[in-house]
Design a protein around this ligand. Structure first.
Ligand SMILES: Nc1ncnc2c1ncn2[C@@H]1O[C@H](COP(=O)(O)OP(=O)(O)O)[C@@H](O)[C@H]1O
Ligand SMILES: [Mg+2]
Length: 404
């Protein structure tokens, strides 16, 4: 068996570390936070800030790792690629890692390849941001060029709003760049595309529902299968695969996000080069029986990924309801008591549920990915029924907040 290096070892990486160990591998993990939940279960844990590529390389070399990967953390993707290149390990390449994490570079590449996407322009300061908004028109979306998890993402209806939010968007970007895009009030889809030896295929497509208001970019419900069908579904799959090829991903798991208008026109939001966070790996496992962590570990080690590991074993309708504030199932306010998950887990159709809520924390209206404080996954014969079951089960968690 092999030694693999996990870059980033927070809550969302913890399960991947355990899974890699189950598969017989030794896991070396780095995270800047010495108390990171994943470090506690790794075979070798080092408190290293992964933005320091040289330090991560040093850890990898010292432990003679044979593969390097990340799960969920977009900021770790270029680091993983650089470490792999430096240590001569399999990787997606520094260039592809850049194109798949830097939204302006990505959009330019997709434009060259003829992949449909929102109008866009880059911005570094007030002047270029205003020019960008003039080019895209309103409504628009302002976001950091290279961040994630909906940090610094704003819906913008006027130049005043752009001016007001620009500094936050720029501040969330390690390179002080932002992008302005035309906003499309469309159905959003999440895809999982797997590339092997330069050939990509779509594994799953699911609806990603979002709340109204400031949290407009946060996925608070996932529903599988996606609600599109026929020609539109085929076109969405074709565009997802085209985008992955255009960005140069030859071996890896890609996470395309698409917008689909009522008239069937499709635009790419972005394509990430990693296993997504937010329970997407669970979605894939319950929906089609494929273990993305196993696929990612094999690819990181340069091992072949046979069909029986990546092709759907079945198709199971399901829904994931994240635990978020109203109009989600949770109240807002300071938490004074969190009830048992048992009734949630015992509810009809529920296959998995968890919560990270802690007494003393404040539940805020949904604005960021991080405002999702747990989730419920339910299956059923149809996606509509699965969603109903997940909603019903989510309401069974009793959370008490301080009276306002
Ligand atoms: N141009 C757009 N039109 C409509 N919605 C958008 C647009 N850009 C982003 N969004 C919404 O915001 C979310 C986050 O944007 P994204 O570019 O994926 O940034 P992040 O890196 O934070 O995930 C998207 O998943 C989508 O829901
Ligand atoms: Mg995204």
């Amino acid at each position: 068996m092999s030694t693999v290096l996990l870059v980033g070892a927070g809550r969302h990486q913890r399960r991947a570390i355990l899974r890699a160990q189950e598969l017989g591998h030794t896991v070396v993990a780095v995270d800047r936070n010495p108390d990171a939940l994943g470090l506690a279960v790794a075979d070798v844990a080092e408190a290293v800030d992964f933005t320091d590529v040289a330090a991560v390389v040093e850890v990898g070399r010292r432990h003679a790792v044979e593969g390097v990967l990340t799960v969920s953390a977009d900021r770790a993707v270029p680091v993983v690629a650089a470490v792999a290149a430096e240590l001569g390990l399999p990787g997606i390449g520094v260039e592809t890692a850049h194109l798949m994490t830097h939204k302006i570079a990505m959009r330019r590449t997709l434009a060259d390849a003829g992949v449909p996407q929102p109008r866009f322009a880059g911005a570094r300061d007030l002047q270029s941001a205003r020019a960008a908004l003039a080019a895209t028109g309103v409504p628009a979306v302002l976001k950091p060029a290279d961040s994630g998890g909906q940090r610094g993402v704003f819906y913008v209806e006027s130049q005043d709003e752009l001016d007001a939010h620009l500094h936050v968007a720029l501040a969330e970007s390690p390179t002080d760049e932002a992008i302005v895009e035309s906003f499309h009030d469309s159905l959003e889809l999440n895809g999982i595309v797997i590339a092997r030896g330069g050939e990509a295929f779509p594994l799953t497509l699911s609806d990603r529902l979002r709340p109204p208001g400031v949290g407009f970019g946060v996925g608070w419900i996932h529903v599988y299968p996606a609600s599109i069908y026929g020609d539109v579904l085929a076109e969405a799959e074709r565009i997802a695969v085209h985008a992955v090829h255009a960005l140069g991903l030859r071996d890896g798991i890609a996470f395309p996000q698409l917008l689909v208008d009522d008239d069937g026109s499709i635009r790419v939001v972005e394509v990430a080069a990693r296993i997504p966070g937010g329970q997407m790996a669970d979605l894939v496992r319950h929906a089609v029986g494929v273990d993305l962590v196993e696929v990612a570990v094999r690819q990181a080690l340069g091992q072949e990924v046979p069909d029986d590991l990546v092709l759907p074993r079945f198709k199971q309708a399901l829904a994931i309801r994240f635990l978020t504030a109203q109009p989600g199932p949770l109240p807002t306010g300071k938490v004074i008591a969190v009830g048992s998950l048992e009734p949630v887990r015992a509810a009809t159709g529920v296959v998995q549920a968890d919560t990270y809520l802690q007494v003393g924390e404040t539940i805020r209206p949904v604005r960021l990915d991080g405002d999702r404080r747990g989730y419920v996954i339910a299956t059923a014969d149809t996606s509509v029924e699965a969603l109903e079951r997940a909603e019903n089960a989510a309401r069974l968690l009793e959370v008490e907040v301080e009276a306002a």
